[in-house]
Design a binder for this molecule. Structure first.
Ligand code: SF4
Ligand code: SF4
Length: 376
């Protein structure tokens, strides 16, 4: 059975039926996707599944490496086992993560695609540091619907594409996510959409995800495990995401061999009925812990506080204690208005519009404690 034989809705119905009845790992799942559909898969290995990226002739591993958790030995380990996509940005770990990627590319450039997020003012410098002649996915970072719709959005991409320094265009977005994703679905230049999308967000974005799939693009999900602290739930959620043919790859910072093995194993298994139930319960019980990056709070804020960025940095800082630099750098780029939370205790308008009832003000207070030097 090929995943490409069904549209997304039919596939999800069939998958739900399969998971309810089979309820166990299937060893042949990797072969079913690759044998019938892929003829020329970069770095293909038997322990990994691959999915065709939209209408392109590229097949991506269903697990791809994120750049914020960058461990060179784990990168090598995963690539040796079939991972063929890495995402990176100049901003991660103050530039150190990019240098780790460069070390990996020295030995393995011919085994992986590189997705890179930057403003690309000086692409030659980036290529020089990475030790490569081109970037596969030129990831444009936009967080508002009107910015994704901007007529000149692809000008720089098209210029660089003519030189052969970039190949495909992608979008990264972690604010106003549903609207940005819907807008991106309508722009034919994009091949790969990379939204921040945890379980709550995924459940609320059926229409937008379907639009991306129908438009012949792929989705590389990021921050998909946000809020999940249980290993078994994490892998159940990975399986659930991969039931959806619209999800080409799950991008994840993987910090250990054990974690890689757990993810790779789960990627080749079918979600069980029990796991589906656990995910449902988790989603019901944890809504108020899971921001879905819809930006409703920010749009309602009378003081233009950059709520989502502040809260994102707080989480980065607390969750990635070994890398405080990325959060600090991002916070330091915010201006005084974006950081003006002095009126919050008497306001709470943002909380009144949050669909998930998140205690936003308490979180802003915590961020203020962590980044005291940044706030006015
Ligand atoms: S509580 Fe603070 S962040 Fe929320 S809407 Fe009011 S001023 Fe904005
Ligand atoms: S805090 Fe609530 S309103 Fe704000 S982005 Fe997250 S889910 Fe949306």
């Amino acid at each position: 059975m090929s995943f490409l034989k069904y549209n997304r809705r039919e596939f999800l119905q069939k998958s739900a039926l399969a998971s309810a009845t089979l309820g166990a790992a299937i060893s042949g799942i990797a072969g079913t996707e690759t044998k019938e559909t892929g003829k020329n898969i970069l770095n293909q290995q038997s322990g990994m599944r691959y999915r065709r990226l939209g209408n392109t002739d590229i097949y991506l591993s269903v697990i791809s490496f994120g750049g914020l958790v960058s461990d060179e030995s784990v990168y090598h380990y995963g690539i040796d086992r079939g991972v063929n996509l890495m995402h990176m940005s100049t901003s991660y770990k103050g530039g150190e993560a990019m240098r780790v990627l460069a070390n990996v590319l020295k030995a393995k450039r011919d085994k992986v695609y590189v997705a890179f997020k930057d403003n690309f003012d000086d692409i030659d410098e980036i290529l020089k540091i990475l030790g490569t002649d081109y970037i596969d996915f030129y990831m444009i970072n936009r967080h508002a619907e009107e910015d994704v719709k901007e007529p000149g959005l692809f000008q720089r991409f098209e210029e660089l594409k003519k030189t052969g320094k970039v190949r495909f265009a992608g979008l990264t977005t972690h604010k106003d996510v549903p609207k940005c994703v819907a807008a991106a679905a309508e722009r034919e230049e994009f091949s790969l959409i990379m939204p921040a999308m945890n379980q709550t967000a995924y459940d609320s974005m059926t229409k937008e995800i379907e639009a991306v799939h129908k438009s012949g693009k792929g989705i590389m999900v990021m921050k998909s495990m946000k809020g999940i602290e249980d290993n078994e739930l994490e892998t159940a959620w990975l399986k659930k995401l991969l039931q959806d043919p619209a999800i080409t790859t799950v991008n994840k910072g993987i910090g250990s061999f054990e974690m890689y093995d757990r993810y790779a194993k789960a990627a080749c298994e079918v979600l069980t009925g029990y796991e589906e139930q656990q995910l449902y319960k988790y989603a019901q019980n944890n809504r108020s812990n899971n921001c879905m990056m819809c930006s409703a709070c920010e749009k309602a804020c009378p003081n233009n506080v950059e709520i989502s960025t502040i809260l994102r940095c707080k989480d980065y800082y607390l969750e990635q204690q070994n890398d405080p630099q990325t959060a600090l750098d991002t916070m330091q780029r915010l201006n005084k208005i974006q950081l003006n939370t002095r009126m919050c205790a008497d306001c709470r308008i943002c909380e009144s519009v949050c669909p998930n009832n998140i205690a936003i003000v308490d979180r802003l207070v915590r961020a203020r404690q962590l980044f005291a030097d940044c706030f006015v």
